[in-house]
Design a protein around this ligand. Structure first.
Ligand code: NAP
Length: 266
């Protein structure tokens, strides 16, 4: 499979490295186009892929064209690539907010996949939600699924509206979890734990709780109740979180992210 990347930043590199690690393509089958000279040098020396700053050159002969520029750079990319793609080339866009309709009209192209990955993709623990335009054929769907699986888990959705919702949950979600981890470490320091111990306790607790919830046949609420004995330490802490409207605050944060994702796409 020949792959072109338009944009070789943090997410582009995560996808590139997962593709190579999983041997979905050889370095000689990959071209990355990026405006930043330092990015091009890094990607060429680290992965042995071809690099260019010419987007039109990059897409020549590619089976899959990954769009991985920031939303504010999309207009320029569309202007350059409009009408330049061959009918059988698949466009795989990870650009937040960019609707299939916008991409399809702008690029004058049918086969388009819209995917929303997240940053744990960099270590193969990503969560990607994706959808396709009608013109995407079954082989292109398989290519997409294999690329996204190389980065972690993937879920296909028929309706594009779920992509903006996923943006607010799994796309932005690592930041919510990092904030929770940071805050828990700060709280541990506050009650007197040394930083190295605090960080290890918090990170392993987060990993352990997530794995436990994944593997258990009980719901997260049941697992929470299992560690909450009346009048105990957990009950006291949860009472404080509830007084501070923890659940409601998260709901508001996610709704704001969802609205912003929709705004970006309008
Ligand atoms: N980070 C996430 O968690 C995440 C999750 C899901 C989806 N996404 C989406 O992934 C996309 C990329 O994010 P990122 O964090 O990888 O951004 P990034 O690190 O800024 O990477 C984008 C790269 O594209 C280059 N570029 C800009 N304009 C270009 C053009 N016209 N042609 C070729 N290359 C160009 C940039 O170069 P310059 O620096 O010189 O401009 C930069 O190196 C975004 O649209 C974002 O919405 C990100």
């Amino acid at each position: 499979m020949k792959i072109a990347f338009i944009g070789g930043g943090a997410m582009g590199e995560a996808i590139l490295s997962a593709i190579l690690d999983n041997k979905l393509a050889l370095p000689s089958e990959i071209t990355v186009s990026d405006l930043a000279d330092t990015r091009r040098q890094h990607l060429e020396s680290q992965y042995g892929v071809a690099v260019t700053s010419d987007n039109r050159l990059a897409i020549e002969g590619a089976d899959v064209v990954v769009l991985a520029v920031k939303p504010q750079n999309l207009e320029g990319v569309i202007a350059e690539l409009s009408g330049q793609l061959k009918k059988d080339q698949l466009v795989l866009s990870i650009i937040a907010g960019a609707r299939i309709d916008t991409l399809s009209h702008g690029l004058k192209h049918g086969p388009i996949v819209r995917a929303m990955p997240n940053t744990p993709a960099r270590i193969g623990e990503g969560m990607t939600v994706w959808t396709v335009a009608e013109a995407v054929n079954s082989q292109q769907r398989q290519w997409t699924a294999s690329i996204l699986r190389a980065m972690g888990r993937e879920i296909f959705v028929e309706d594009e509206k779920y992509i903006d919702m996923a943006t607010a949950i799994s796309g932005s979600g690592p930041a919510y979890v990092f904030l929770m981890i940071e805050s828990l470490v700060e709280a541990a320091l506050h009650i007197g734990l040394p930083r190295n111990i605090a960080e290890e306790l918090v990170l392993q607790t987060a990993i352990g709780a997530a794995h436990f919830a994944l593997k258990s046949d009980k719901s997260p609420a049941e697992l929470r109740e299992m560690v909450t004995s009346p009048g105990g330490t957990t009950a006291t802490a949860l009472q404080k979180l509830s007084e501070g409207n923890f659940g409601e605050l998260l709901k508001q944060a996610v709704t704001a992210a969802f609205n912003r994702a929709r705004e970006l796409g309008s």
